[in-house]
Ligand binder design. Structure first.
Ligand SMILES: Nc1nc2c(c(=O)[nH]1)N[C@@H](CN(C=O)c1ccc(C(=O)N[C@@H](CCC(=O)O)C(=O)O)cc1)CN2
Ligand SMILES: NCC(=O)N[C@@H]1O[C@H](COP(=O)([O-])[O-])[C@@H](O)[C@H]1O
Length: 204
């Protein structure tokens, strides 16, 4: 079976991207990162792609007259790389329904969806006082962190956690979840029926 082609979108440090790049070095993993895209320049995520010899592209909202124009330009460049799956891994821009209609897009979020959506999952979980939080991989829909759930991993909140320590522990679990789920999707396929997602099986 041919390797699944991944386009990964990033906005920051790119440790989730790095975990995918490392996993893809093993041919048995079944996937290859064919391009990395970002909404801003000069981020470590793009440097990681450069070091791995993976092509990169940047489309900044501020370079376009409208948000729709940015979104269409992003879709155009993503399309060039013919992805089987787009992985939003720390990509801090909302994607339009038009984009999502064109590409199967997964997003990893540092909370147990549907709890604590948005850009500050670890902070919001800590402020709420939950004892367990975690990370979620989901199929992106037009809402914010509302899409059908592919995988989740729990992470206990420690007494002395601050936002940084909690987010770091979530990220360690999140990377493993992402690599495991994307590899299985690449090798076994994915079925999405309504809100139910199955890897390697026909939905019932
Ligand atoms: N349609 C969707 N797009 C994306 C989702 C999603 O669930 N639906 N998830 C993200 C990532 N994300 C949280 O997981 C997220 C990203 C960005 C925002 C947001 O409000 N962004 C602002 C700009 C913020 C900035 O540039 O600093 C915006 O887009 O204008 C909320 C949640 C990937 N895309
Ligand atoms: N709502 C989106 C969001 O909060 N995304 C989060 O940003 C981090 C990116 O880390 P990374 O750049 O090191 O992979 C990850 O924890 C990801 O879930």
């Amino acid at each position: 079976m041919p390797e699944a082609r991944l386009v990964v979108l990033v906005s920051g440090s790119g440790t989730n991207l790095q975990a995918l790049l490392d996993a893809c070095a093993d041919p048995a993993y079944g996937a290859r990162v064919v391009a990395v895209g970002a909404d801003r320049e000069d981020i470590e995520g793009l440097a990681r792609a450069d070091r791995a010899g993976v092509p990169t592209f940047v489309r900044q909202v501020s370079d376009f007259e409208t948000r729709d124009g940015w979104d269409a330009a992003l879709a155009t460049v993503v399309e060039r790389f013919e992805p089987d799956v787009v992985v939003s891994a720390g990509f801090m821009k909302l994607l339009s329904q038009d984009f999502l209609d064109r590409f199967l897009t997964l997003n990893t979020h540092p909370a147990l969806c549907p709890a604590f959506p948005g850009m500050h999952g670890p902070r919001d979980a800590l402020e709420h006082g939950v004892k367990v939080t975690g990370a979620t991989l989901f199929v992106v829909d037009a809402g914010v962190d509302t899409g059908p759930i592919v995988a989740q991993v729990p992470v206990p909140v420690e007494e002395d956690d601050d936002v940084a320590s909690l987010h770091e522990r979530i990220k360690a679990a999140e990377r493993q979840m992402l690599v495991d789920a994307v590899g299985r999707i690449a090798r076994e396929g994915i079925t999405v029926e309504g809100r139910r997602v199955r890897i390697g099986a026909v939905a019932r």
